[in-house]
Design a protein around this ligand. Sequence first.
Ligand code: FMN
Length: 363
Amino acid sequence: MTDIGSPIKIGTKICKNRITMAPTVKFATDDSGLVTDEFVAHYEERAAHGCGLIVVEATCVDKTARLHPTQLGLWNDEQIEGHKKIADAAHKYGALIIPQIHHGGLGTHPECGPLTSPTKVKWNSGFAESEAVEMTKDDIKRTIQNFIDAAVRAQKAGYDGVQLHACHAYLINDFASNVNKREDEYGGSVENKARFGCEIIEGIRKACGEDFIISARISGADPTIEESLEVAECYVKSGCDYLQVSCGIGEFNMMPHDEKLPYNRIAALGVLMHEHFKGRVPVSTVNGFRDVEKVRYMFENDLIDTIDLACGLLADPAFSEAILNDTPYVKCFNCPACGFGPGHSHPCPAMKLRGANEFASWS
Ligand SMILES: Cc1cc2nc3c(=O)[nH]c(=O)nc-3n(C[C@H](O)[C@H](O)[C@H](O)COP(=O)(O)O)c2cc1C
């Protein structure tokens, strides 16, 4: 049995408990990608309610690779000051905080730039179908440097580290997946397909030093569980301190699920990854943890090191406190209101119930 309120070491840092806020994009800035006061208040409120670690939403490293024209950025130095306000706000409450650094790859919004991919491929990004541009070696080197530069900016802003967005069909995931048909050193073997992510990790470690968390949010089955474990091994060998496990592009939907498990198929991938990396690097799982009982079950049975909460914490920031201290909270309705789509324009019923009015696009 693991105490949810017990600290855990992530890299060289101590996270005060086992609850992490999952990255959740707001699409609430403008073309500048700058942090506004709404973002600061949003993260401060979640930190105040006790999250041990916060992962700030997908934050783009390249203006032409955004997944929406109103996505947050870390592609230039002017953006550092706003991020410093977010980092300071979380640190006031003793939370660790890291931004998720991101390149849209096959998920790039057509108004922001072309779809880019390790290999030329026809792809429907959800916004439009088009042919993705195959990256040249120069594109790859430049993009790796963009990630490293964004991490250096994150460090200047006072963040405790960064997380690579390496799942959900975005660029780092595209390299590790079956979409990658390259015949050079960035394609072919699993080690080659992981190379893009590894070079980013190694470059960040060199630029930011040991005292800086490098996390990766990876797919747990891309295209298979075995390959994802190998990719994760490569990332860890390169210096990744902390794995969060979600899903990607693989044939994951074809996999059977044990209906007796009280957590879903995506969360099960995190449990498998945790079993594999036990005692080496902490592993977090995500998906469907929207009530206190389900979160507690995972720790009572030692199934995971930390749990990422997304919709539950969007619906009510007090969800983390309820898990830790049995205080009241408004439960997520499991409705699609906060789901993807330009603007996230539907009202969150739980938020309305608690009288919140944050982010006009949600309420
Ligand atoms: C509004 C919204 C925004 C999201 N943004 C991101 C993101 O920026 N990065 C990411 O890796 N996942 C993102 N996700 C996925 C969540 O982090 C999480 O994996 C998913 O919602 C399942 O967890 P839950 O059941 O706790 O909501 C987002 C999900 C939602 C609903």
